[in-house]
Ligand binder design. Structure first.
Ligand code: NAP
Length: 498
């Protein structure tokens, strides 16, 4: 196939890729992009848009951030069906937003980027897709997300299991679960949504828990039609509600970041929830965490503990020691027979990109450069990798509020960088190594005192205990930081061709 070219290529069509594509559509004139949208291509390996909300299709999948805050600020949805929206509704919302903003012609669905190499002679990135197509772009924007590569557990014998094996992020609805013996490994955010659904249909369900999660009540429920009508009729009320939600969630960042001892209040609430929902003292003990709440992600659920109390469900505390052809051994070596194995074991969060995909000048592999602890300037740019920007990059994750707020701030920042490149006819733009190092030294110093560094193991941390995933502050703080471009922090090259 002939090589194609665009000024900008976006990698990934989840929320961040979509928000970026919309921002570029709105800025075609100021960025000097062709009015017909041909200056931008969005590569997406899945056959549809939606990113995490397209691939996480396990039963019970929903958002644990309130619906009215889990939407783009310029695309409000007054008629969310529930306080916490289920996955299919969020996916429909994403489709609607794309349609309303005309995103479509720039999409290359079912076309993942297999490699991206920076060509120093032309100052362009050369992309090769998994379909064998070639493409060049002056700028690439990574919108692949932090939680896109499923993590398989390091349990001996995983390959020996004879029945179907499902990861929560690679669900297959064709696998029969009704009446089956099902084993679930993991008790994180995905598992606690899935387990109550499995408990309803499985003949027997074993839940292998390595570390008990902290769980607080979920104030969920359908949103009444009168409330939906009010939100549709009164945009000001809708905005006020969103702002109130944002403030009430953001204020919690104070406890996570500065005052971890304040988390004791949330611990008290979670323990009361556990006492109310689990009458059996032995089960309650097995479900009681021994680390500070918030160190791992705080989970919200009203139906998880009751599911574990059902007669067809057993909690196997201590995790799994081995997997056999026909089941899973618990920590004492006892085999629990299973027909289906479910891996709710999370993602390669500290290694969002595999090695051998993105190569900067001199053939430098970005994933090798990142190692186990990626870092970037403002989560957006990496020294030595020109004309490459990140959305949901290192240290932009949140433990307390909506990622869409972070995404919008980053999209605005990248748009500023692109405008600078256009206005000044820049051939290349890259962050300075010293600016990136300064930013990250300060960040890691702030992270050291947070609840995330209080002594538990979590996907937030790299093997050496640094935190390459979370933003240590409020969403307002991040937005403020990214509102202004500090030009001296970048090294640029002029003399752009065409
Ligand atoms: P996760 O939080 O990383 O949980 C993985 C689970 O698997 C943990 O319980 C972990 O135990 C267990 N595990 C891993 N390896 C194991 C092994 N070898 N043996 C036994 N257990 C093992 O993954 P997740 O539940 O998929 O959630 C990841 C993130 O996705 C969340 O934190 C959240 O940010 C996002 N998410 C969001 C929503 C939402 O509602 N918005 C829903 C789902 C997911 P340990 O705790 O001992 O490591």
């Amino acid at each position: 196939m002939a090589e194609t070219h665009s000024e900008i290529a976006i990698l990934g069509a989840g929320f961040s890729g979509l928000a970026m594509a919309i921002a570029l559509r709105r800025s075609t004139v100021s960025l000097g992009l062709p009015a017909d949208g041909s200056g931008v291509v969005v590569f997406e390996r899945e056959p549809r848009i939606g990113g995490t909300w397209a691939v996480n299709r396990y039963p019970g999948c929903a958002c644990d951030v309130p619906s009215h805050l889990y939407s783009l600020s310029y695309a409000p949805k007054p008629d969310w069906s529930r306080a916490y929206a289920p996955q299919p509704e969020i996916l429909r919302y994403i489709d609607d937003v794309a349609r309303q903003h005309g995103v479509g012609p720039e999409l290359r669905l079912g076309s993942g980027v297999a490699s991206a190499r920076y060509d120093e002679a032309s100052g362009r990135w050369r992309l090769c897709t998994d379909q064998g197509d070639e493409h060049t772009a002056r700028v690439i924007i990574s919108a692949v997300g932090g939680l896109s590569r499923p993590k398989l557990p390091e349990i001996p014998g995983l390959e020996r299991f004879q029945g179907p094996v499902l990861h929560t992020a690679r669900w297959d609805n064709a696998v029969v679960l009704s009446g089956q013996r099902v084993a679930v490994i993991g008790t994180g955010a995905s598992a606690i949504q899935l387990v109550p659904q499995l408990a309803r249909v499985a003949g027997h369900l074993d839940v292998f828990q390595r570390t008990p999660p902290w769980i607080v009540p979920r104030p969920d429920g359908p949103i009444a039609p009168w409330s939906q009508r009010t939100m549709a009729r009164w945009p000001l009320l809708r905005r006020l509600r969103r702002e109130a939600l944002r403030w009430s969630m953001d204020i919690r960042s104070l406890a996570f970041v500065h005052l971890p001892w304040l988390m004791g209040v949330a611990e008290w609430e979670a323990l009361r929830h556990l006492r109310r929902q689990v009458p059996d003292p032995a089960l309650r003990r097995a479900l009681t965490p021994s680390y500070r709440i918030g160190c791992k992600r705080i989970l919200v659920a009203d139906d998880y503990y009751p599911a574990l109390c059902q007669p067809n469900v057993a909690l196997r505390a201590g995790g799994a020691s081995a997997i056999e052809a026909d089941g899973v051994r618990d920590r004492d070596g006892v085999l629990h027979k299973a027909d289906v194995l479910v891996l709710a074991t999370g993602f390669e969060a500290t290694r969002p990109l595999p090695e051998g995909v993105v190569f900067g000048p001199g053939g430098r592999d970005l994933a090798r450069h990142f190692g186990d602890c990626p870092s970037a300037y403002l989560g957006t740019a990496v020294a030595g990798f020109p004309n490459l920007f990140f959305l949901v990059g290192p240290n932009t994750g949140l433990g307390h509020s909506s990622m869409l707020l972070m995404i919008e701030a980053q999209v605005g920042y990248v748009t500023q960088l692109l405008r600078w490149m256009h206005d000044d006819g820049l051939r290349t733009l890259a962050v300075r190594a010293d600016a990136e190092a300064r930013y990250n030294a300060d960040l890691q110093e702030r992270l050291r005192r947070t609840v995330w560094g209080s002594g538990c193991q979590s996907w937030y941390l790299s093997a050496d205990g640094r935190n390459p995933t979370l933003w240590p502050g409020s969403t307002f703080g991040f937005e403020r930081l990214l509102a202004t471009l500090r030009r001296p922090d970048f090294v640029v090259e002029t003399g752009r061709d065409g």
